[in-house]
Design a protein around this ligand. Structure first.
Ligand SMILES: [Zn+2]
Ligand SMILES: [Zn+2]
Length: 261
């Protein structure tokens, strides 16, 4: 499975990094941060996207869906269906934005199929798409954030798996979702010294992520949604977590980075 980080910044853009978006095997988009359309166009992947999975409604994860849909509607005049899997409140938000700007999605040419997850009633979901079984779990964030596990399937045989938390506090559910995965990519918004702030604001630190990766026996751990200054302290952070989880298996995700799992 090829994992490409189109954007890795949390909260907002930086001079070097877009907000979070991840591309799986050139056709599955996970979160849609700012700048995602141009990053996809540069990779000649924009038209290949068949499924978009969105974790939650904060704009650093969502704002890129609007220019991407606009591109499909107005520039590409797309005819192939597009599937969007997301917490149900996001479907309403996307439709309302297009309605309020006099460009309702309902009159467009291509089939835009939403698969809303009823996050007020259910805490776990399962979605089947071609070649993947996808598990989704509601994690600890406001508004509700869904973490995803993508299990690749070949001829009924289980292949590699990839897990992405979106934004969340550390919870036991992440350990369940990430059990023995090939790559766990987690929220890493604060340094470990600020863990109280991180948890109060529903985010995680490198130590939180390392504990989960150890408990879940993850083969590799990637940090995302980190501020630029965390990248200046890689050595200290790796030393700090190495007592818990092998630092050789840790990746500080950066824009345009590609990982094969
Ligand atoms: Zn965020
Ligand atoms: Zn958030």
């Amino acid at each position: 499975m090829k994992v490409v980080f189109l954007g890795t910044s949390g909260y907002g853009e930086t001079g070097k990094r877009n907000t979070v978006s991840i591309l799986l095997n050139d056709h599955i988009l996970v979160d849609a941060g700012e700048g995602v359309t141009r990053r996809l166009l540069k990779r000649i992947c924009a038209k290949k996207i068949t499924h978009v999975f969105l974790t939650h409604g904060h704009m650093d994860h969502l704002i890129g869906i609007f220019p991407l849909l606009w591109q499909y509607l107005v520039v590409d005049r797309r005819t192939e269906p597009l599937n969007i899997i997301c917490p149900d409140y996001i479907e309403r938000a996307i439709k309302q934005i297009f309605d309020l700007t006099y460009f309702p999605l309902s009159i467009q040419k291509f089939t835009l199929e939403f698969h809303p997850l009823d996050v007020d009633r259910e805490k776990q979901f399962h979605v089947t798409i071609p070649n993947y079984e996808v598990d989704a779990i509601v994690l600890e964030h406001q508004p509700a954030c869904v973490g995803y596990r993508f299990n690749q399937k070949y001829h009924n045989e289980t292949g590699k798996s990839f897990v992405y938390t979106g934004d969340t506090q550390p919870t036991n559910q992440i350990t369940t979702l990430a059990l023995k995965t090939n790559l766990l990519v987690t929220d890493c918004s604060f340094p470990s010294a600020l863990s109280e702030d991180a948890h109060r604001l529903n985010h995680m630190t490198p130590l939180d992520a390392a504990r989960i990766a150890k408990d879940a026996e993850c083969a590799r751990l990637g940090f995302i949604h980190h501020p630029d200054y965390i990248l200046d302290h890689k050595t200290e952070i790796l030393a700090e977590i190495s007592r818990i989880y092998p630092s050789n298996n840790v990746i500080f995700c950066e824009d345009k980075m590609e990982i094969i799992i």
